[in-house]
Design a protein around this ligand. Structure first.
Ligand code: HEC
Length: 123
C-alpha cells in the first residue's frame, strides 16, 4: 500500500508534469503563425528556431520574473483593463472589435492558460 507521504509526492510530481506540458503547449501557441503569433511583435530567446521575430513589443524574456501569473494572464486576455492606451492586442476579448475575423476571441481560455504558463516559465 502506498503511504500518505508518497501519494502527496506523486501528486506534486504529477502537477509539475502537467504545468510543464501546459508551458510547452503555450510556447507552441506563442510561436504559431495561426494561433498566438506573438513573435510577430515580440522576441523570445527560446524560440530562435521559429524564424524571424518582432520588435514592436518588448522581448518576452524574463517576463515570468517581472509579473505575477494573474498579471501575465491579463496582458494576454485584454491589457486595456489595466493600461487603456496599450497597443498589445486582446487575445481573450472581443471588446471594441468592429470587424472581427471570427465570432470568438483569438485564443480559448485553455490556450490562454497555456500561454500564461509559458510566460511564467520565462525567467
Ligand atoms: C501587434 C503586436 C503584438 C502582438 C501580436 C502581441 N503583442 Fe504583446 N505586446 C505588444 C506591445 C506593443 C506591448 C507593449 C504594450 C504596452 O506597454 O502598453 C506588448 C506587451 C506584452 C507583454 C508585457 C511585456 C512587458 O515586458 O511588459 C506581454 C507579457 C505580452 N505582450 C505577451 C504577448 C503574448 C503572449 C502574445 C501572443 C499571444 C502577444 N503579446 C502578442 C504587442 C503585441
Amino acid at each position: 500500500m502506498r503511504s500518505f507521504a508518497s501519494s502527496i509526492l506523486f501528486g506534486l510530481a504529477f502537477q509539475a508534469a502537467q504545468a510543464q506540458t501546459a508551458a510547452e503547449q503555450g510556447l507552441k501557441i506563442i510561436a504559431s503563425r495561426e494561433l498566438g503569433n506573438c513573435i510577430s511583435c515580440h522576441s523570445l530567446a527560446g524560440l530562435k528556431e521559429a524564424g524571424r521575430q518582432g520588435n514592436f513589443g518588448p522581448p518576452l524574456d524574463g517576463v515570468g520574473a517581472r509579473y505575477s501569473a494573474e498579471r501575465l494572464r491579463q496582458w494576454v486576455v485584454d491589457a486595456r483593463q489595466f493600461k487603456p492606451d496599450t497597443l498589445m492586442p486582446p487575445f481573450g476579448s472581443m471588446a471594441g472589435l468592429q470587424q472581427p475575423n471570427q465570432p470568438r476571441p483569438l485564443l480559448t481560455q485553455e490556450q490562454i492558460d497555456q500561454v500564461t504558463a509559458a510566460l511564467l516559465a520565462s525567467r
